[in-house]
Each structure stands twice: as C-alpha cells, then as structure tokens.
Write a protein that binds this ligand. Structure first.
Ligand code: 2AM
Length: 181
C-alpha cells in the first residue's frame, strides 16, 4: 500500500483552493491539476508499506492524536518548485507551531517504530498542479493570482492510501482520528 498521513480539508477549503486552480488553469499551456477531492496537506509520506504494518501505523496515529488538540491554519503564498521544463505549483501554509509540533511528534513516533526516518525538512504545501507550463511569465502569473485569505480548522488527522480506481488517482482515507487533547 502507498500510504501517507495527511490533514483532510472541509468543502469550503476545497472550494477556495479549486477557485485558485481555475485561475491557474486559464494561464496554463499544460498542467496536471490535482483533483478537487484529492486536495490535502501531507504530514508525512510513508511510501510503499506492507498491509501488515497497518496496525502499527494506526497505533502511532492513536498515540499522537491524543497528545494534540484542534488548531487553525491559514494559507500563505502560492509558490513553485521547478522541475525541468515545467513546475509544481503549490499553496503554502503560514508558520504554525501547532502544526509543526504535531508533525514532529508523528515523525518521532514513526522513527521509534523502526521506519526509515525522514531526513528532509518538512515544507507544508498543498499541490495545485504538477507539470505546469505557464502561458507567459511564470512569476507574473503567480503574482497576479494574489493571496488566499482563508483560515480553516484542523480537528483530525488521516492515514491516506494513494491508489488508482479505474485509472484515476484516488486518495482514500484508511483511518481518521480526532486530535482531541
Ligand atoms: P506532493 O503533493 O508534493 O507531490 C500523496 O502523493 C502525497 O504524498 C502528496 O502530498 C505528495 O506530495 C506526497 N509525496 C509523494 N511522494 C513523496 C515523496 N517521495 N516524498 C515526500 N512526499 C511525497
């Protein structure tokens, strides 16, 4: 199973992101846009994991969830990662100590359970599009898209499975827990 821990979004938050995606689509020569239902914020990518590890992963999630309470997040800037002739377009998250502590706690528990630790720093982002080729100047397009003034509440975390259903990339929630401290 290809798994990752994530924060899922409410419908309003998906609407705000999908609206920006629409504006971006109009400025694209080409782009692979994330499906609305797949929009999420990754906390930790696990990669390919045998199904037999599921109880350990849900146990980690149970333990971590009990140590954190609900908090709010705010979108920050729109940014890009260059990938050769195209780029990834993402929305950032304003610095938030509660998110950071939750992510660090999860990382610690994962490493303690014998999984390969993540060595790269955590960069919270929501991918809007991959293989994006701008129709014009990329910096100008991103600038003109403006900011996303939106705040949303985080009340739970989810273990997600990345799979294909009838050829369509789909993220299925395998296990959801309230952050309930
Ligand atoms: P991305 O949007 O930056 O690609 C499901 O694929 C989620 O896991 C996505 O949020 C994706 O981040 C992330 N992901 C996929 N492969 C990854 C990797 N090798 N390292 C870290 N995160 C990854």
């Amino acid at each position: 199973m290809r798994l990752f821990y994530a924060i899922e979004f409410d419908e309003k938050t998906k609407d705000v992101l999908a609206e920006k995606q629409k504006a971006l689509r109009e400025k694209a020569v080409k782009g692979n846009f994330s499906l609305r239902d797949n929009l999420h914020l990754t906390l930790r990518f696990m990669g390919e994991v045998p199904q037999s590890d599921l109880p350990v992963l849900t146990g980690i999630q149970d333990a971590v969830s009990k140590r954190h309470g609900p908090f709010s997040l705010e979108f920050a800037e729109i940014g890009t990662f260059e990938r050769g002739n195209s780029c990834i377009v993402w929305v950032g998250i304003k610095r938030n100590s509660e998110l950071f502590e939750l992510q660090q706690d999860l990382e610690r528990e994962i490493a303690k359970s014998g999984f390969q630790p993540e060595t790269r720093p955590y960069k919270p982002h929501i991918t809007l599009a991959r293989e994006f080729v701008p129709d014009g100047d990329l910096d100008k397009i991103i600038r003109e898209m403006g900011l996303l003034n939106h705040k949303f509440d985080v009340k739970s975390i989810s273990l997600m499975e990345s799979t294909r259903i009838n050829g369509k990339l789909t993220y299925l929630c395998t296990y959801r827990t309230d952050i309930s401290k």
